[in-house]
Design a protein around this ligand. Structure first.
Ligand SMILES: [Zn+2]
Length: 312
């Protein structure tokens, strides 16, 4: 209604808004036409590789500016591509949380790892990966999907070509399923399952630019190396909220990263779904925290962290 009224007034020769001088319409019409504002250059939203494939997270620099002022970043990831991820994403959507990364194994679609529940002494606990058909329904649409290797082996026991196959086949499959090329990976099986030699294969023979490890640092520092990216703590860490609060309370004098990782089944096992909800609420409501995916964070800080140490 306001728009229609204003348009009618404009046609009649003026558009008086609140507080404007009604006598203004009696003055001679201004002859100077204001210059059209110069349009902002359209940002290139995605970077592509040499084959024209969109790279996950590479659009972040179009929306998050690194302006020399230290900032706080929060990121979180879940491994294995299992059915609990759906509930995780429901929590993310409740808070319009766009960060969050999921590491999946495309050679294990539909796998049911009953041994996880048995090992933890709870046979009702499930660890069931989505089938390919389920994945294609768009469960992860809008979220960062990265490689967790093709079928989750102990990489330290594999030869070079098999390590390359594990990472690159999974990466290519994710690209073919999502149209977005993964930027990195998470090491399968934890920090005992890879070696310096394996890291160097990833660095020299794959496209993975980061590889998340599993040992908690309990710190908010930038990663020391992209290919051994250690998180701050796990999602079921008994001190999770101590660290979360410390992150919020600490004065930001240098760029800070709070990185939480885990598996969806841990939330079932530990009955900590409310903790995830509370954590995402805290981080999304904090005005000075920028929520990013793992790939986003890589693109923001890619030039400030080395891939790996030069020598052992
Ligand atoms: Zn895993």
């Amino acid at each position: 209604m306001m728009l229609i009224a204003c348009m009618a007034a404009a046609i009649a020769g003026g558009c008086s808004g609140p507080g404007s001088d009604p006598s203004a319409t009696k003055k001679p019409a201004a002859t100077k036409v204001p210059a059209e504002p110069t349009p902002e250059p359209t940002p290139v939203p995605w970077q592509t590789d040499d084959q024209g494939r969109r790279l996950a997270g590479s659009d972040i620099t179009a929306t998050v500016r690194r302006d020399g002022t230290p900032k706080k970043y929060f990121t979180i990831s879940f491994d294995d591509g299992i059915t609990q991820d759906k509930r995780i994403i429901e929590i993310y959507k409740k808070y319009n949380f766009k960060g969050g990364t999921f590491f999946i194994d495309t050679g294990l679609f539909g796998a049911n790892w009953t041994w996880v529940g048995q090992t933890l002494g709870d046979p009702t606990l499930t660890h069931i990966r989505w089938t390919e058909e389920e994945f294609k329904t768009g469960i992860y649409d809008g979220y960062d999907v990265e490689s967790h290797t093709y079928d989750h082996p102990s990489l330290k026991n594999l030869g070079t070509s098999n390590v390359v196959h594990e990472i690159m086949d999974d990466t290519e499959n994710i690209y073919n399923l999502t149209g977005i090329y993964p930027t990195g990976m998470a090491w399968p099986g934890g920090d005992t399952e890879y070696t310096s030699a394996t890291i160097e294969i990833v660095r020299d023979r794959t496209t993975a630019k980061f590889a998340r490890a599993t040992t908690s640092t309990y710190k908010f520092k930038l990663p020391r190396y992209w290919l051994k990216w250690q998180p701050t703590c796990g999602i079921t860490d008994p001190n999770l909220f101590k660290y979360a609060q410390k992150f919020l309370d600490t004065e930001c004098t240098e760029d800070m990263l709070f990185y939480v990782w885990g598996h969806g089944y841990e939330l079932d096992f530990s009955k900590k779904w409310e903790d995830l909800d509370k954590l995402i609420k805290m981080m999304t409501e904090a005005e000075d925290v920028i929520c990013v995916s793992n790939a986003d964070f890589y693109w923001l800080f890619k030039d400030e962290v080395p891939a790996w140490k030069e020598t052992e």
